[in-house]
Design a protein around this ligand. Structure first.
Ligand SMILES: O=C(O)CC1=CCC(=O)O1
Length: 93
């Protein structure tokens, strides 16, 4: 199943720089592992915002929830999840 996810990153301004850098490095490693596994096929920066649009390709809601709640940044993310269905006008090649 495909899911569109908007992630808004809300790191506290008072977070110390080394904790912030460590968190971001762990987030990058986690996301790149999922990208390589094919579970996170799209990751786009929303221009001008500390936010991204992502597409996840997972078995079901439970797997999506497990992956999202495992994000190192999860406590600092506002997430908006949209399940995607096949559009009837899509050309199938
Ligand atoms: O910076 C972001 O948009 C949050 C994020 C998701 C994956 C990643 O590496 O950073």
């Amino acid at each position: 199943m495909l899911y569109h996810v908007r992630m808004d990153v809300r790191l506290p301004a008072e977070m110390d720089p080394s904790s912030r850098a460590d968190l971001i490095a762990r987030e990058k490693a986690y996301s790149q592992r999922l990208q390589r596994e094919g579970k996170w096929p799209h990751l786009w920066r929303i221009a001008g915002e500390y936010a991204n649009f992502s597409v996840f390709d997972v078995a079901d809601h439970d797997e999506l929830h497990a992956l999202l709640s495992g994000l190192p940044l999860f406590p600092y993310l506002a997430l908006e999840v949209t399940p995607l269905a096949t559009h009837p006008s899509k050309v199938v090649s």
